[in-house]
Design a protein. Structure first.
Length: 439
C-alpha cells in the first residue's frame, strides 16, 4: 500500500494525529493519498471505520474514492466508513438530528428547479431570469451562514429588502412543506452545531478522522461545518491547491487554506509537487503563469514524463474567429497526419461557448458529438415521477403537489389552484391535505 507512494505522499499518509494540510498540485496523486490514508487508518492503526469521514465536492469524486477504498479494504473492514460529498454529509447529520432541526421524518429536498418554482410562486415575478437572480442571492446568503432575519437586517437598498423579504417567505414555505433546498444541507447543520454545544460534541466524538478533498473550493458554510466537527487538535487531513480555485463565483473561498493555519495552530503542511499527468513543457508554462498569483503557497510542479511537444498559443480577434481557427486547425492537422475526426477533442470553458463552436464545425462539415447535455434526472418525465414519489414520502411537499396535480392533464386550471392555495393557507394545511377537504 505504501510502496507505490513517493516520499511526500507516504509522509502524508503516515501523519495520523493532528491537523495536516496537503498542498496537492494538479495530477500529483491526491486521491491516492486520501484513499491510502483511509486504508492505513483502518487496517494498520485499527481506527473503527465508522469514525472515519472523507468528504469531497462531486458525486463522481466520492464514487471514485469509494471504489479505490473498496479495492484496499474488505467489506468488513470498511463497514460504517463515510465517503461522500459535503452535502451528503450534511444530509446524514440532518437525518440523525431532524427533530433538533425542526423537521419531521421523510422531509423533502428540493432540487434547483423545484426551488426556482417555489420562489417564482412566492415572488409572482414573470421573468425567469429575475427569479434566478433572487435564488442565487438567497443561495449566497445561506452559504455565508446568514439567516433570513440577518439578511433582512443587513439589507441596504430596496432590492436588498425585497430579496430578504422573499428569503423570509421562502424559508417559511420550506418549513411548512417539511422541505429543504440544497443549500440547507450545509447551512442547517452549521446553525445546529453553533447553537447546541451538546450536539456539536456528540458529532465530534463520532468524527475521529476527517479527510477533506479540494478544500480550496469550500465556501463559508462548508468551512464552518468543518470547524464545528473538529476542535483545534483534531485529526484533520485537508487536501487542496490554491492554484486550482475556480469557484469564487459560487462562494468558494480559497483563503480558507490560509485560515487553516490560524484556526489549527499545530497544522503541518506537506507539498505534493511531482506531477504524474503532464509533461514538463506544460508544467513550466503553468508555473510561470501561476507565479503571478498573489497570496499563494509556493509550489514548483515537476514531472518525470519528459519535456513533451512545445505549446502553441493562438491569438484570436473574437469568439467567432476563435471557433473558425479551431475548425481550420483540425482540418489541417487531419490532412497532414491522416488521422480521424474521432481523434480530436475540443474543450471549452463554459456551455455558452458551444453554440459558436458548433456553427464553425458545421460550416466546415466536421462531425462532432457534444459530451454532457441534459441530465437524465432533468428530463421532464423523470422529474414528474420524482415528484410523485416525493409526495408519497412527504404529503406536505407543496412543490411536488403543484407539479403532479396536472400530470397527466386533469383540467385543473390556475383559478382552481389559486383558490386551493388560499384555502390551504387559511387552514394552515398543505395543498394535498387541503385538496381532500376542498374537493
Amino acid at each position: 500500500m505504501l510502496a507505490s507512494l513517493n516520499p511526500a505522499q507516504r509522509e502524508a499518509v503516515l501523519h495520523a494525529h493532528g491537523p495536516l494540510l496537503v498542498l496537492a498540485g494538479a495530477g500529483s496523486g491526491k486521491t491516492r493519498v486520501i484513499t491510502a490514508k483511509i486504508a492505513h487508518l483502518v487496517r494498520k492503526l485499527q481506527v473503527p471505520a465508522r469514525h472515519v469521514y472523507a468528504v469531497t465536492f462531486t458525486n463522481k469524486a466520492a464514487r471514485e474514492m469509494q471504489e479505490r477504498v473498496g479495492k484496499m479494504l474488505s467489506p468488513e473492514e470498511r463497514r460504517g466508513l463515510h465517503v461522500s460529498t459535503f452535502h451528503t454529509l450534511g444530509l446524514t447529520i440532518l437525518k440523525h438530528e431532524h427533530a433538533a432541526a425542526g423537521l419531521r421524518p421523510g422531509f423533502s429536498i428540493l432540487d434547483a428547479e423545484d426551488a426556482l418554482a417555489m420562489l417564482r410562486e412566492l415572488s409572482k415575478l414573470p421573468d425567469k431570469s429575475q427569479v434566478e437572480e433572487l435564488r442565487n442571492r438567497i443561495s449566497l446568503w445561506k452559504n455565508e451562514g446568514l439567516s433570513p432575519a440577518e439578511a433582512l437586517a443587513r439589507a441596504e437598498t430596496d432590492d436588498d429588502h425585497d430579496a430578504a423579504r422573499l428569503f423570509v417567505a421562502y424559508e417559511r414555505q420550506l418549513r411548512a412543506s417539511n422541505a429543504l433546498d440544497f443549500d440547507d444541507l450545509i447551512a442547517l447543520p452549521v446553525r445546529l452545531f453553533a447553537e447546541q454545544a451538546e450536539l456539536r460534541q456528540k458529532w465530534r466524538h463520532r468524527v475521529r478522522h476527517l479527510l477533506v478533498d479540494e478544500v480550496q473550493d469550500t465556501n463559508a458554510a462548508q468551512y464552518a461545518l468543518l470547524r464545528h466537527l473538529l476542535d483545534v487538535t483534531a485529526n484533520l487531513t485537508a487536501v487542496g491547491d490554491d492554484h486550482q480555485s475556480v469557484y469564487a463565483w459560487r462562494g468558494a473561498r480559497p483563503e480558507n487554506l490560509n485560515l487553516l493555519g490560524q484556526d489549527y495552530p499545530t497544522l503541518k503542511v506537506i507539498k505534493l509537487e511531482q506531477n504524474y499527468r503532464s509533461v514538463n513543457t506544460v508544467l513550466k508554462a503553468a508555473n510561470a503563469l501561476i507565479r503571478n498569483n498573489s497570496k499563494q503557497f509556493e509550489k514548483n510542479l515537476w514531472s518525470s514524463l519528459g519535456e513533451g511537444e512545445p505549446l502553441r498559443a493562438l491569438l484570436c480577434a473574437d469568439a467567432e474567429d476563435e471557433a473558425l481557427r479551431v475548425a481550420v486547425e483540425i482540418l489541417q492537422h487531419k490532412f497532414r497526419q491522416r488521422t480521424k475526426f474521432a481523434d480530436y477533442a475540443v474543450l471549452y470553458r463554459g456551455n455558452h461557448q458551444a453554440r459558436v463552436l458548433e456553427g464553425a464545425l458545421r460550416q466546415h462539415a466536421i462531425p462532432y458529438h457534444i459530451t454532457g447535455g441534459q441530465s437524465f434526472f432533468e428530463r421532464s418525465e423523470i422529474r414528474d415521477l420524482s415528484a410523485y414519489l416525493r409526495l408519497l414520502a412527504n404529503p406536505d411537499d407543496d412543490t411536488a403537489f403543484l407539479r403532479v396535480v396536472n400530470t397527466p392533464r386533469r383540467e385543473i386550471g390556475p383559478g382552481t389552484l389559486e383558490k386551493l392555495g388560499a384555502y390551504a393557507q387559511g387552514r394552515g394545511a398543505s395543498l394535498d391535505a387541503a385538496s381532500r377537504e376542498f374537493g
